[in-house]
Design a protein. Sequence first.
Length: 251
Amino acid sequence: MSDGKLADQFFDAAIDLLQRVRDEEAQSITAAGTLLADTVADGGRLFAFGAGHSSLAAQDVVYRAGGLALMNLLAVPGVVGVDVMPATLGSALERVDGLATAVLDSSPLRAGDTLVIISLSGRNALPVEMAMHARTLGVKVIGVTSVAYATETRSRHTSGTYLRDHCDIVLDSKIPIGDATLTLDTIPAPFAPASTVVTSAILQAVMATAAGTLAERGIEPPLLRSGNVDGGHEWNSRVMEEYGDRIFYQQ
């Protein structure tokens, strides 16, 4: 089998997942976008969190051209990305009880804010505890996860629950357990993960919905422009000045 054939199979698998999400999660995506718009209109702040590779989708909606300026990254030391050494430490920290509560209690999140939590499996202590504690603080929670994990794996949180059990809105990425989309007789392990592609697409669909919802209400969406187009820096400076008390990545 040629490499080109495998590339085609991956694209087909990713496209199939995207179509399923578009068709099956449309109502939830609309609800999530509406919640973000409600939060912005009501003076709240927006945050996104993901651990490990799930952090890629969280970072993709923060300080992003064409994105909402009010979306802030909730960073947990050691778990955002794979830059921690050794990389396996990040995975270990996701299973530590009490870490999420400590992070939230020292973060700027407050009642009336909305937190997007991204966790492919939704089974580790960190995302579960984060969702649980955020809601006790009066924060709305949007979870982006693969619901299949909650039916075919065991929770690693002491409650035995999953991220999906503690969210105001759940967005199911439809990603198969193990993430990888392809198999081949000559390769002993499944390969070609699609979770980043699909999860990022889900979140951008939510952001687009939020922007459109705000516009329908007569509120200019606080969007950022690319700094690489003429006038982009001036535009962004205006938006950041107007919403400076709700933007934390420039402080």
